[in-house]
Design a protein around this ligand. Structure first.
Ligand SMILES: [Mg+2]
Length: 291
């Protein structure tokens, strides 16, 4: 049995990528943007090779993230090792790698094809990639329906989203991380959601603390409290995400969120997984738990 929440007190926290919009399934189409930028310097054939390698690397990282069971752990470990090396300055300063930095994945992809990409080319190729993702992504099942209902009840919405980790190369060919620089890019990308019929009060971005770190979620709560002008009882927060360990475990187990909703693309029925935890293939089914 899941305890119901009151519409009149409900506060909505959403992960964005693969919860509100289908970022990952557009990654392959968006990678055409990488080819278009690189081919001016390296020709079509080589650029396609690099782009294909970029997609393979991203896929391997994503399979581990989604815990699909099809993981190639050896490949995965090798990629993570290389990311660690390339992000040495980031690890030194911030304690961990930024795993999803597309700049780093592209650099590794090119290295695997025996090409050392100029920093400027990496930046413009990844810009083209993210712009294309923003353009092409459509809202996931039930998202627009739920947002309509949220609007009717006049309740607040916060986007609690990972960093895009827009890293920059230094003179030693290693990546550096400036949280402000990275955050600026993601904020801009979030604005494009508004043309897709979504709305939100504020955005909280994982620069520098990211999921599933407790501070990442505390930052989100703080931003919401400042926006609302009162102290939030976390029992009133509903958090949506596409990864239990990344998006939902900390809010549910450490912060006492009222309900966490795991979005699983394609899942036909909503399942009550455990206390204050459901999974669904249609986020609007959460309406059943609101009175
Ligand atoms: Mg996500």
């Amino acid at each position: 049995m899941i305890d119901k929440l009151n519409w009149s007190e409900a506060i909505f926290f959403f992960d964005v990528d693969d919860t509100l919009i289908d970022t990952t399934s557009n990654s392959i189409i968006a990678s055409e943007g990488i080819t278009n930028v690189l081919k001016q310097e390296y020709g079509e054939k080589k650029s396609i090779l690099i782009k294909d390698r970029f997609n393979q690397l991203f896929q391997t990282l994503m399979q581990e993230h989604m815990a699909t069971g099809k993981n190639n752990m050896k490949q995965y470990d090798l990629i993570i090792q290389r990311i660690n090396k390339l992000q040495e300055p980031v690890v030194k300063k911030f304690g961990a790698i930024k795993k999803w930095s597309r700049e780093v994945i592209l650099k590794i992809a090119a290295e695997n094809c025996d090409i050392s990409l100029k920093p400027e080319l990496i930046y413009s190729a990844i810009d083209a990639y993210w712009n294309s993702i923003s353009e092409k992504s459509v809202p996931m099942e039930g998202v627009l329906n739920l947002f309509q209902e949220i609007k009717i009840h006049n309740r607040p919405v916060y986007l609690i989203t990972s960093s895009d980790a827009r890293l920059q190369l230094n003179n030693q060919g290693l990546f550096e991380y400036d949280p402000k620089h990275s955050e600026k890019f993601k904020k801009k990308r979030m604005e494009t959601l508004k043309v897709k019929g979504l709305f939100f009060n504020k955005v909280s971005i994982g620069d520098p603390e990211d999921k599933p770190h407790l501070d990442f979620f505390k930052k989100g709560i703080e931003i919401a409290e400042i926006d609302l002008g009162y102290k939030i009882n976390t029992k009133n927060i509903i958090m949506f995400g596409d990864s239990y360990s990344g998006d939902l475990q900390t809010p549910r187990e450490k912060l006492g969120f009222g309900l966490v909703v795991l979005f699983k693309k394609g899942q036909e029925q909503s399942i009550e997984e455990s206390q204050r935890y459901i999974s669904t293939g249609n986020v609007s089914s959460v309406k059943e738990y609101l009175i």
